[in-house]
Unconditional design. Structure first.
Length: 283
């Protein structure tokens, strides 16, 4: 449906609007498996441009941390201290870039040190991976419920409606072709032919748009399943991880929100939310 004729009278070929196109996916064997493709596409969508250190390296969490309050990227910082023994110690931390640029009138510091953040992320990766290994199907269904905006019953209804619409479109194509042949043979008056042709064409346009909408809904559901499966395949590899590296973080994590520290009773608290690739925040 990318091209077609102007009308049943004018056979000049023209390009049709993209809304009228019919796209059928999965007809060819892919060169790259779906999991690898989705992972590369997800990393590419992030368009990371983290700053490098003076030595030219990118920090472990560079480009992955956001302030939970203002959404600004967290800024890398180093503190060098000299102990009484004379030993030099370097502390690495991250703080809200908005605060670092404009001060407390823009936001608060949200400062967090690298070591506790690393430990927290490793613990969460362990927890997610262990849950998958214990009952992968249960985790898969829960993640799909979080991502899906339509129920299984609705999805089945959409499939049925698409099948019915497809049958009607084929029938309309047959009716239009038959009507044109009757008109050429003089078996039907031209005025009657024009009226029926207009009616069939209007219905075909309506049914085509309806089919396109149903295909998009069904494709979105299939996309959810592929993304969840990609996450499960990735997280399982790190069930026993002991040390984080940047490649691992880029594979698993979209971004991490860092909340400001607060005190409740005698305890210090901070809300940190990890948004994983493909599945987002896991409840």
């Amino acid at each position: 449906m990318k091209t077609g004729t102007v009308s049943y009278k004018n056979h000049k070929m023209i390009s049709k609007p993209k809304d009228n196109w019919i796209c059928v996916k999965g007809t060819h064997e892919p060169i790259i498996d779906r999991e690898t493709w989705e992972l590369c596409a997800e990393i590419d969508r992030k368009q990371y441009k983290p700053r490098t250190h003076k030595n030219g390296e990118i920090s472990l969490f560079g480009g992955l941390l956001r302030c939970a309050d203002c959404g600004f990227a967290m800024r890398y910082a180093e503190e060098n201290h000299v102990r009484k023994s004379g030993r030099k110690v370097k502390y690495v931390s991250y703080m809200c870039g908005n605060y670092g640029r404009s001060g407390k009138t823009a936001c608060s510091a949200h400062m967090i040190y690298l070591q506790p953040l690393t430990e927290l992320v490793i613990d969460d990766i362990h927890r997610q991976a262990s849950g998958v290994l214990q009952d992968e199907n249960k985790v898969r269904q829960e993640l799909l419920r979080q991502k899906s905006k339509q129920s299984e019953q609705q999805l089945a209804a959409d499939h049925k409606a698409l099948k019915t619409t497809g049958k009607r479109l084929k029938e309309l194509d047959r009716l239009i072709s038959s009507l044109y042949e009757d008109k050429v043979r003089g078996a039907i008056p031209e005025s009657v032919c024009a009226g029926l042709m207009q009616k069939y064409e209007a219905e075909r346009k309506e049914k085509t748009a309806q089919a396109h909408g149903l295909e998009e809904k069904i494709a979105a559901s299939a996309q959810d399943e592929r993304e969840v499966d990609s996450f499960l395949a990735a997280i399982k590899k790190y069930v026993a991880v002991e040390q984080l590296d940047r490649e691992m973080l880029l594979e698993l994590i979209n971004y991490i929100e860092i909340g400001e520290r607060f005190i409740k009773g005698n305890q210090k608290y901070r809300k940190i939310t990890i948004h994983y690739n493909f599945v987002g925040k896991i409840k």
